[in-house]
Ligand binder design. Structure first.
Ligand code: C2E
Ligand code: MG
Ligand code: MG
Ligand code: MG
Length: 283
């Protein structure tokens, strides 16, 4: 009967749901102890000025390195963090370890470049989000100019008024704001007029090979034009090939982040790279 089929359908769905809940619950506990044992660390992926090859900064990306040195793929723990609320603790851990790194760089009196850190919108629902950031900046004596807060495009759209209020406060404290994964959601270029962001990170989806190149170019041209009018810096994500770089050049987008230049790397490797200061991939 119809009733029976429906019941069966619901039962199957709920079994899957239960399995996921149990899996999340177990993974959550494992991540909690990984956080406590300093197994969750930032890797740094360089951002590069394509005109000169010089580093302009980096993005801190969460990695789970087990005590035996094995890396857990980000896709296996970051989504669980997002579903269970643990992402708030994760972000703060990556932020704190990034500050530790920046403070050490400043002490060495070597060139220090700004690092961007990802923050989930879950922070907006917690108490004293901004205080938590400024307290930690003070603790490590790192000037806010060295930190860029990355928020994802879809989070901007979810609650524009609330996000606007946070951006205002972050700016008042000297922090720059980057809109991450731009173009992956349903925002319009027009939205940029109302939101005072500093950096636009163009989603790597735009550079995928299966995207029609005419379309790619039209979108790039429009974004580049809008960003330059509004004096927003553009970072292009997922730059993997020389062709990607050439297209960027054509539209006046000059900061790249992607495998063409470098994959995310651990702190020691990034420190070495900073001493060199530039990356020039073989042509
Ligand atoms: P995202 O913030 O957009 O970070 C960029 C992602 O693109 C990174 O993946 C990076 O490794 C990858 N990527 C960089 N260049 C290339 C390229 O040339 N080709 C390809 N195919 N991929 C490239 P990752 O590290 O796996 O992180 C995935 C996502 O997980 C991040 O996307 C971000 O949304 C989230 N995430 C990572 N770390 C954190 C964190 O500390 N906190 C929060 N809330 N989210 C994080
Ligand atoms: Mg990001
Ligand atoms: Mg992101
Ligand atoms: Mg992104």
């Amino acid at each position: 009967t119809v009733k029976g089929i429906r019941y069966k359908h619901v039962a199957v769905y709920s079994e899957e749901f239960d399995r996921r809940m149990i899996h999340d619950e177990q993974t959550k506990r494992a991540i909690e102890s990984a956080l406590a044992n300093d197994e969750i660390i930032p890797f740094f992926q360089p951002k590069v000025d394509i005109k000169t090859g010089r580093l302009t900064g980096a993005e801190a990306l969460a990695r789970w390195r087990r005590s035996d040195g094995q890396l857990v793929p980000p896709g296996e723990f970051i989504p669980v963090c997002e579903r269970t609320g643990l992402v708030v603790a994760l972000d703060l851990k990556i932020f704190e370890k990034t500050l530790e790194f920046l403070a050490a760089q400043m002490k060495k009196q070597v060139r220090t470049l700004p690092v961007s850190v990802n923050f989930s919108r879950a922070h907006f629902m917690t108490a004293n989000f901004i205080d938590k950031l400024t307290d930690r900046l003070r603790k490590y004596s790192v000037p806010p100019e060295l930190i860029e807060v990355e928020l994802t495009e879809t989070d901007f759209i979810a609650d524009k008024d609330m996000v606007g209020k946070f951006i205002e406060e972050l700016h008042a404290n000297g922090l720059a704001i980057a809109m991450d994964d731009f173009g992956s959601g349903y925002s319009s270029l027009n939205m940029l007029k109302d939101i005072p962001i500093d950096v636009l990170k163009i989603d790597q989806g735009f550079l995928r090979e299966d995207t029609d190149s005419e379309r790619q170019r039209a979108i790039f041209a429009a974004i580049a034009q809008m960003a330059s009018k509004l004096q927003i810096k553009i970072v292009v994500e997922g730059v993997e090939t020389l062709e990607n770089v050439e297209m960027m050049r054509e539209y006046g987008c000059f900061i790249a982040q992607g495998y063409y230049y470098a994959k995310p790397m651990d702190r020691a490797a990034f420190e070495k790279l900073l001493e060199v200061g530039k990356i020039c991939p073989e042509k």
